[in-house]
Design a binder for this molecule. Structure first.
Ligand SMILES: Nc1ncnc2c1ncn2[C@@H]1O[C@H](COP(=O)(O)OP(=O)(O)OP(=O)(O)O)[C@@H](O)[C@H]1O
Length: 342
């Protein structure tokens, strides 16, 4: 659906060259919600703006639905862009136009007949829950309502792709949730592919299927959201996850373990959905005599799937602990040895 290949974007700032996007490769599949996360300056905005050529890549390829955007003429690009909607952090509405006119603008540009415009705009306003606001001006709306107008406008030409540039960053947590629900609903109802950028792992966890983590212009890690939570590979990813789901051993527990001279290992056992129906903690004790002790646990929803993580101290000989770990893995659990204590 969206193929980004060896994408580079460099800017010149005086006599300094800024490599905003460095050799990025991403494939977004039809109907999925793909998130790009990174700290400020990581290159996310530049990357997403290259997808509809609001920014022209320095080199590399951007293909949408098999069309190579970088090779299109201006009129061809305009036509291709109609199939790519976009929403922004600060909504970018026309303040002097009514809500109705804001949503109608792309249809007027596409020279749609008046009656069709009226029907389409009303249908879109109903979809985003603003059927009664057509005559209002943006200044009379809350931030969440403004973003709903922007979403309706982005859908006016029935796009196949929706690009979201920090769409919830200016909103409070409750409004963020309602906008994320709306995006998920649109994705499911119309099978629209969504690519979004954010600096919040919460947004990724709520609605994304897959994610790429960016740092200094490069993608340092990408995969399914569940995999990234279960097995984060980089320090940056761990830091993002930590904000909403603590995967580290809390310091007080760490001190306790060190002073109590546990003889064994601290394991982090992660599970997705109903990974196992076995009472695996009891089995560690009965089968292997490992005397497991649950020291910390955490459970969260990732999109519609439960994701959990338990930290368990097990006492025993290293080879028996290894057998216990193999047993847990056979149950479909992910096991990470956080610490060996002797
Ligand atoms: N038009 C431009 N001219 C020069 N440098 C730019 C331009 N746009 C972006 N940059 C630089 O490119 C780098 C990446 O910026 P970008 O805005 O893509 O990052 P970001 O991850 O979206 O960060 P933020 O969330 O703060 O917008 C930064 O170092 C930025 O200063």
């Amino acid at each position: 659906m969206i193929t980004i290949k060896n994408l580079q974007k460099t800017y010149r700032q005086g006599n300094r060259i800024v490599e905003a996007v460095k050799d990025v490769n991403i494939e977004v599949k039809k109907g999925e919600i793909f998130g790009v996360i990174g700290f400020s300056g990581a290159g996310k905005s530049t990357l997403i703006r290259c997808v509809n050529l609001l920014e022209k890549p320095t080199s590399g390829l951007v293909q949408v639905n098999g069309l190579e955007l970088t090779s299109l003429t201006e009129p061809e690009l305009r036509a291709a862009r109609r199939k790519i909607g976009m929403i922004f952090q600060h909504f970018n509405l026309l303040s002097s136009s009514t809500v109705f006119e804001n949503v109608a603008a792309p249809l007027r540009l596409a020279r749609a007949p008046k009656k069709q415009i009226e029907e389409k705009v009303n249908e879109l306003l109903r979809l985003v829950g603003l059927a009664d606001k057509g005559g209002s001006y943006p200044s009379q709306l809350s931030g969440g309502q403004k973003q709903r107008v922007a979403i309706a406008r982005a859908l006016a030409n029935d796009p196949e792709i929706l690009l979201c540039d920090e769409a919830t960053s200016a909103l409070d947590p409750q409004t963020t949730d309602s906008i994320l629900e709306l995006l998920l609903d649109i994705n499911r109802r119309f099978d629209i592919t969504i690519m979004l950028i954010t600096h919040e792992m919460y947004v990724i966890k709520q609605i994304c299927d897959r994610v790429a983590v960016m740092e200094q212009g490069a993608v340092v890690e990408q995969g399914t959201v569940l995999d990234i939570f279960a097995r984060p590979q980089t320090h940056t990813t761990r830091n993002f996850i930590k904000n909403i789901f603590d995967i580290h051993l809390p310091e007080n527990i760490q001190r306790k373990i060190q002073t109590e001279h546990v003889n064994g290992s601290i394991l982090r056992v992660s599970f997705v959905g109903e990974a196992t129906t076995e009472p695996f903690i009891a089995e560690l004790a009965i089968r292997y005599g490992l005397r497991p002790n649950v020291i910390f646990g955490n459970i969260t929803q990732i999109k519609q799937t439960t994701f959990g993580s338990l930290m368990i101290a097990v006492n025993g000989e290293p080879n028996i602990i290894q057998q216990g770990i193999a047993y847990l893995q056979q149950q479909g659990l992910t096991v990470e040895v956080l610490e060996h204590v002797e």
